[in-house]
Design a protein around this ligand. Sequence first.
Ligand SMILES: Nc1cc(-c2ccc3ccn(Cc4ccc(CN5CCCCC5)cc4)c3c2)n[nH]1
Length: 246
Amino acid sequence: MRVDIVTIFPEFFQVLDVSLLGKARQDGIIDVRVHDLRDATTDRHRTVDDTPYGGGAGMVMKPEPWGQTIDAILDDAAGQPAVPAEGSGSGDARPLVVFPSPAGTVFTQATARRYALEPHIVFGCGRYEGIDQRVFDDTAERARVELVSLGDYVLNGGEVAVTAMIEAFGRLVPGVVGNPESLVEESHEDGLLEYPSYTKPALWRGREVPDVLLSGHHAKIAAWRHEQQIERTRRVRPELLPPELR
Ligand SMILES: Nc1cc(-c2ccc3ccn(Cc4ccc(CN5CCCCC5)cc4)c3c2)n[nH]1
């Protein structure tokens, strides 16, 4: 899987070398390339922003550097088509270009699962007050474009959102996580929040571990854990519960 990231803060993504993904990159499972948007500027000040038409506070990112950078990435990728995972993916062979945005659809585990199947994703990290709309419109001529929100709060740019998304789908890419079983039982994987976890010692500060977990009775343990998931989801995120469990 190839991932391209466009940003004015390329050093921000050194974090991807440290985390779980460092090994995935070394093993060639995920090929991450970071592009400095300012490399596509032509003026002495390497300008990437300007005042908004129609007025308003702040600055908007100019379209030219974006158009040039995205074209270069897509042209380069066209020369070496990444093979989509067998029997998976959107079926649309065009690359996927994702722009974090407060105005985007909310990123969920379902989005992460879908992204993990893509052979190539380009992430565009905006800054300032956002990117000129024509960048999204122009890119949509040759790629699938998605505006994605991390949640209902405003960040200063797309970099944190892209880091979170890459971690969320990266860990689902086969070969990235040592024990694939650990991916099945986690929160949101079955639409419910996770059950509480315990480990040794059996008694800690006067607090014991639920007896069922010490029983070795796997069917009872599984039933208890599912009940805990439903109780916790009902308490914390009732909107996630399927109608029949509300
Ligand atoms: N989930 C999530 C993703 C982001 C995100 C993603 C990408 C960028 C790029 C820039 N910002 C900062 C920003 C964006 C919007 C505004 C509002 N402003 C109102 C007037 C018209 C212009 C826009 C303010 C500052 C970003 C923020 N935040 N939260």
